[in-house]
Design a protein around this ligand. Structure first.
Ligand code: ADP
Ligand code: ZN
Length: 766
């Protein structure tokens, strides 16, 4: 809007030249990118005007402001507005207002400020993550020109001497309670556009431009479902949420319920109640659970549901955002980022499968939706519900401490039994001379029995590809990715060797790259090899593999699940993709091919992940009337995580695991920050890590309670051609820890070619 800028300069003496001690209206603006910071600007008279709020500077809107010596125009977010003494500072003026309405409410501004502080990242970066690109760019909207009659003109309407058609059009427009487009006016005044054009020329009609949304969502009609009568456990859980809602205060309620205990039904009821009060609810689920099946379940119970997911176009997202912000949508279902839904009347937040790692964003800002939700709920004095069959130890511990409320749902609905889980000790199988391949004899027998009874079988193996190692038996060289130094996986379908970290691939070699020996060994089990074994040993039953390789096409996931649900496929082979949230009544056997895949990773959560995976996949069976069983193949049948999982005993797992965490000073007993450096030069990356360690040691002098581990090469020491080093910091006192990191990194100068990231409460330790 250059004209506006122009008029600003014409009508006022350059405001930054005014140098008085009196108070002025000042907007604080957060600038993005390299500018990184908050700056004060004067708000010129023309942008205060109370009668046109869409032109006014308000917190939560984006502003265009001059920056630097050359007064380059940059866009930033207004985060506060108020009268301030300028104290002799020569402030520059705001140039333009970009948004007719604030994109962030005061509460969302508070939340983003907290995130910037907590996650040790720039506020602007958080703001960019919270406001979807489609909203910032007004995606899917178009400008319409609206006509109205200025008050000065309508006051002397009778005195005007106009041709009949023009007079009629002007009368119609003056009588209209809201502005009209030229076409609307022509239709109502029964004239052509000609007279309207004449009126505009004479200045008797005023124009304004407004953006309107062009996107309309087509929602398939859903059959309405009759709710179940709640059982005792469900009533107790609902009662607890109910009490919190009525107390109108913040409480966090952890629902620990076994798979199939009716948790979903409980929070659906709670959401119904919230809507009944005229409020809104946000339900966060892992992206992978956002299947048409689950969405249909919510649509069957709520008239208006906004579903937010990552496949949406910018226009779609923008339209949802606007409808939510106008308070038109009572229920918002979505993945991680739906925690930022701009609900004006929020009454409840629910996280389903709260332990899922996908609630943590793996790029900056590295926030965890659970902790953001907690902050938002506390700020709004509303309840937060965390539901899971395998709560995170963080949430569990806080419930044990009395900080969260805990409600247990230990039984499945309708007295359905929990599946019987048994381990198969692979060490014994290894000695058997009959055993070849991945499926042990007991598992094979159980599969035959289940299939003969017309049941279905799920086999879980958490490694994709065919063979996970390619090695030369003559010289011992293993094929690793040239960019990551990670073992390459052999994919038979397209005869490639593939790096699972960076997607680097090459035609699978037939001879050793070092010694040219022509008998490379392909070993280590992946889902493709397992699928081949199943097909050859169970030729009479249809088998389907589900992993990221076979499910690349959009819609393939749903097609596969439909085929399985309809019984066209009898054996489903897959990675953890199949372990989550699926509900198939006819699955009577689940086999875990190797429960140890995650157990020995260099990650303090390895045991927790293993417990979760085995429990979740076990929950996929016995959902119908036939009951079900689970066989878990493992080399470590005595590992506490596996022993507890087969007994469905989460508390026992927590009792075994928490003392380890406490001894080693890991969460939930301490806060953690992880810093990773990366660079194309190994030396530069290491030196940056050392420099950071030095600064951190300086910053923590006297605060003995902060422990620094490293620097050391990260477990994934090379990724996409970058050498990686990491540092870990642990402390009981979170604030002291964060302050130390902030101090140590404040004025860090980066040499070329290296960079670093900071991860607060890291989940990824690789
Ligand atoms: P969870 O979320 O704990 O896995 P769900 O709420 O999805 O459990 O319930 C599992 C199944 O039991 C669903 O098919 C649901 O419709 C059904 N269900 C839930 N509550 C009841 C109830 N009180 N009586 C009968 N069936 C129920
Ligand atoms: Zn790689």
């Amino acid at each position: 809007m250059p004209s506006q800028q122009q008029s600003l300069f014409d009508t006022q003496p350059a405001p930054w030249e005014l140098d008085d001690a009196s108070e002025r209206l000042v907007a604080t603006v957060v600038l993005p990118g390299r500018l990184l910071g908050e700056f004060d600007y004067l708000v010129p008279e023309s942008l205060v005007a109370a009668k046109k709020p869409e032109d006014a500077v308000l917190p939560g809107k984006r502003l265009r402001v001059p920056f630097g010596r050359g007064n380059r125009g940059v866009v930033g977010y207004c985060v506060s507005l108020g009268n301030k003494p300028t104290g002799g500072r020569k402030l520059k003026p705001v140039w333009d207002v970009l948004d007719p309405q604030p994109l962030l409410s005061p509460a969302m501004l508070r939340l983003t400020a907290w995130m910037a502080d907590y996650y040790l990242c720039p506020w602007a970066q958080v703001l960019e993550a919270v406001v979807p690109a489609g909203v910032r760019e007004h995606a899917g909207t178009r400008d319409v020109t609206l006509l109205s009659v200025p008050t000065a003109v309508s006051a002397r309407l009778a005195q005007l001497d106009l041709p009949a058609k023009q007079a009629a059009a002007l009368r119609v427009l003056a009588a209209s309670p809201r502005p009209l487009t030229a076409r609307q006016l022509a239709a109502r005044a029964q004239c052509t556009l000609g007279p309207i054009r004449e009126l505009r020329k004479k200045g008797l009609i005023e124009e304004s431009v407004k953006r309107i949304g062009a996107y309309r969502e087509a929602i398939p009609p859903a059959a309405k479902e009759r709710p179940h009568a709640l059982n005792e456990d469900q009533q107790r859980a609902l009662g607890m949420i109910h009490d919190a809602l009525h107390a109108a205060e913040h409480r966090t309620i952890v629902i620990h319920g076994v798979t199939g205990s009716g948790k979903t039904e409980v929070y659906i009821r709670a959401i119904e109640e919230v809507i009944h009060f005229g409020r809104q609810a946000i339900l966060l689920v892992p992206e992978i659970s956002l299947t048409p099946q689950t969405v249909a379940r919510f649509r069957a119970r709520f008239d208006h549901v906004a579903v937010l997911h990552s496949h949406q176009s910018d226009a779609e997202r923008h339209e949802h955002w606007q409808r939510i912000a106008r308070g038109e949508v009572p229920v918002i279902v979505g993945a991680r980022s739906a925690v930022f839904a701009p609900t004006p009347h929020l009454g409840l937040i629910v996280l389903d499968e709260e332990h899922e790692a996908t609630f943590k964003q793996d790029k900056a800002p590295r926030y965890h939706a659970r902790d953001v939700a907690l902050r938002r709920a506390a700020d709004k004095s509303i309840p937060l519900v965390l539901a899971s069959a395998t709560p995170s130890l963080e949430s569990w511990y806080r419930a044990q401490q009395g900080e969260f409320q805990l409600v247990e749902m230990p039984r499945r609905v309708l007295q359905r039994p929990l599946p019987a889980v048994r381990t198969i000790d692979l060490r014994e199988q290894a000695h058997s001379k009959f055993w070849r391949g991945a499926i042990s004899r007991p598992l094979c027998q159980a599969m035959n029995a289940a299939l003969a009874d017309d049941g279905q079988v799920i086999l879980l193996l958490n490694r994709r590809g065919h063979s996970t190692h390619i090695q030369c038996p003559a010289c011992g060289v293993a094929l690793v990715c040239p960019h990551c130094e990670i073992a390459m996986t052999f994919h038979r379908s397209d005869n490639t060797a593939l790096c699972h970290y960076c997607d680097y691939h090459m035609t699978a070699p037939t001879q050793c790259p070092e010694c040219k020996y022509a008998g490379l060994r392909f070993s280590g089990l992946g889902t493709q090899k397992l699928e081949a074994e199943v097909r050859s040993r169970f030729p009479d039953y249809a088998c389907l593999r589900m992993d990221t390789d076979s499910m690349r096409q959009r819609g393939s996931h749903e097609r596969a699940l439909t085929a399985f649900r309809e019984g066209k496929v009898k054996i489903l082979v897959g990675t953890q993709m199949i372990a989550k949230g699926l509900d198939f009544p006819n699955v009577t056997l689940v086999g875990v091919i190797n429960a140890d895949t995650a157990l020995h990773l260099p990650d303090f959560r390895a045991a927790e992940r293993t417990f979760q995976l085995v429990t979740q996949v076990a929950g996929r069976t016995g959902r119908g009337d036939q009951g079900g069983r689970v066989l878990v193949q493992t080399l470590s049948p005595d590992a506490p995580a596996i022993m507890a999982a087969i007994r469905h005993d989460f508390p026992a797992f927590a009792r075994a695991e928490l003392p380890n965490r406490e001894t080693l000073g890991y969460p939930p007993f301490a806060s953690m920050v992880r810093i990773v450096t990366r660079g194309t030069s190994e030396t530069a990356s290491r030196e940056l890590a050392e420099e950071l360690a030095r600064r951190l040691r300086d910053a923590t002098v006297g605060t003995t309670a902060i422990r620094l581990l490293g620097p050391a090469p990260a477990p994934i020491a090379r990724l996409r051609g970058h050498f990686r080093y990491h540092l870990q910091l642990h402390a009981i006192d979170r604030q002291a820890l964060h302050d130390a990191v902030r101090t140590a990194t404040a004025d860090l100068k980066l040499p070329d070619g290296v960079n670093w990231t900071v991860d607060v409460d890291p989940l990824d330790m690789m």
